[in-house]
Design a binder for this molecule. Structure first.
Ligand SMILES: C[S@@+](CC[C@H](N)C(=O)[O-])C[C@H]1O[C@@H](n2cnc3c(N)ncnc32)[C@H](O)[C@@H]1O
Length: 206
């Protein structure tokens, strides 16, 4: 069951980290597209609420505006939004005049994206597709801009996805993306608090 926590939704990833029996060090197991799809399908409700409730305030206050700024002038640009999820960033782009196609692996995330499009038609098309395969279905040089808002880090093979989108961009086309800082993804993460529960420091090691 997916749930919201004060720091973000708890997405029920099927152990993308595996503990080896002889040590407490964590060993990274690569994501497969199937596992990623299942995880995001299971987490779609929680993500939708996290984003739309405003609880994900870093998105609205920090990294979302920064990513939009990095895109520059996008009026009438053809934009592919990679790993678009429930479409928050695709909608930001479309509201600024871009012609947007959003792709994502997760049908449950796309169902939310399409519902938002029905409620507020912005001309965004959403397609269920693995980012690493986009060059097989979409025409070469068919976009001026590819964006990825906090999604590349969740892809099984980011290099493959970046190679694939490279084929969709003309010379001078751009890929503009955001990823979480590695510091925020440390395996150990605990807030040290005072007696009233106020945050004092974030511990990323014991
Ligand atoms: C952290 S969410 C971000 C979603 C959205 N961009 C946002 O800003 O809310 C990561 C998204 O990447 C998608 N994703 C992960 N791997 C993918 C892949 N190989 N191809 C397409 N989408 C993928 C997931 O399904 C999920 O919706």
């Amino acid at each position: 069951m997916a749930q919201l926590s004060s720091t973000g939704p708890v997405i029920p990833f099927e152990s993308s980290w595996a503990l080896t029996p002889w040590t407490d060090r964590r060993t990274l197991v690569p994501f497969s597209s199937d596992r990623t799809r299942r995880a995001w399908d299971a987490g779609a409700e929680a993500w939708e609420e996290f984003v739309e409730s405003g609880a994900d305030y870093y998105r609205t206050e920090v990294h979302g505006p920064a990513l939009l700024d990095a895109c520059g002038e996008i009026e009438q640009l053809r934009v592919l939004d990679l790993g678009c999820g429930q479409g928050w960033f695709s909608r930001q782009l479309a509201r600024r005049g871009a012609r947007v196609i959003g792709v994502d692996l997760s049908p449950a995330m796309l169902a939310h994206a399409r519902r938002h499009e029905e409620e507020e038609p912005l001309g965004i098309e959403y397609v269920e597709m693995d980012a690493a395969q986009v060059h097989r279905s979409l025409a070469p040089a068919s976009f001026e801009l590819v964006t990825a808002c906090m999604s590349i880090q969740d892809m099984g093979d980011p290099h493959e996805a970046i190679d694939a989108v490279g084929q969709l961009l003309p010379i001078g086309g751009r890929l503009v993306f955001s990823v979480p800082h590695p510091f925020s993804e440390m395996a150990y993460r605990e807030w040290e608090r005072d007696e009233e529960g106020n945050k004092l420091a974030l511990k990323v090691d014991r």
